[in-house]
Design a protein around this ligand. Structure first.
Ligand code: HEC
Length: 137
């Protein structure tokens, strides 16, 4: 019986491992962002807050399509929760797990992600093939 319980626990545990689910509420996160993040990351999420402008490296620009790929929900959450130093980045980005509870961390992460551009245009291939002509194989 005990083994069954353990097996059940093991089966349900990996839900967290593979696909990360943020489960954050951006609308709630907005208030946290304005309290804790705006001074560096800026009202618009472009990294140009009054305190952020003076930093090296500067806080990232959440709105830049160039950054869109690496700003995954998991990365944003990890940075917010554990801070820059724990993730090989600037220690000026401190961990926020002391200031925000678990749901707060997730909500503010969701708000950060809401700055991302809707969908980066796929870069046009440099030597764009001329409109397809029936090509023989
Ligand atoms: C004291 C200034 C400061 C404050 C306040 C601050 N950050 Fe940062 N943050 C930074 C800096 C600087 C970086 C860039 C670290 C690097 O690239 O080495 C950063 C990086 C990040 C990143 C990673 C960006 C990327 O492109 O990988 C996220 C996400 C982030 N911050 C979210 C937040 C959130 C959410 C808050 C508020 C809870 C917050 N930050 C508060 C300075 C700050």
């Amino acid at each position: 019986m005990k083994n069954l319980v353990i097996a059940a626990a093991l089966l349900s545990a990996p839900a967290f491992a593979g696909d990360f689910e943020l489960k954050g509420d951006a609308a709630k996160g907005a208030a946290h962002y304005k309290t804790f993040c705006v001074s560096c990351h800026g009202e618009k999420g472009d990294g140009n807050g009054p305190a952020g402008a003076a930093l090296t490296p500067k806080p990232g620009n959440f709105t830049d399509p160039v950054n869109a790929d690496h700003l995954t929900p998991e990365w944003v959450y990890k940075m917010v929760k554990n801070g820059g130093a724990a993730n090989g980045k600037s220690a000026m980005m401190v961990p926020w797990s002391g200031a925000l509870n678990e749901q707060g961390l997730r909500d503010v992460s969701a708000y950060v992600l809401s700055f991302k551009p809707a969908k980066a245009e796929p870069a046009p291939a440099p030597a764009a093939a001329p409109a397809k002509k029936g090509k023989k194989k």
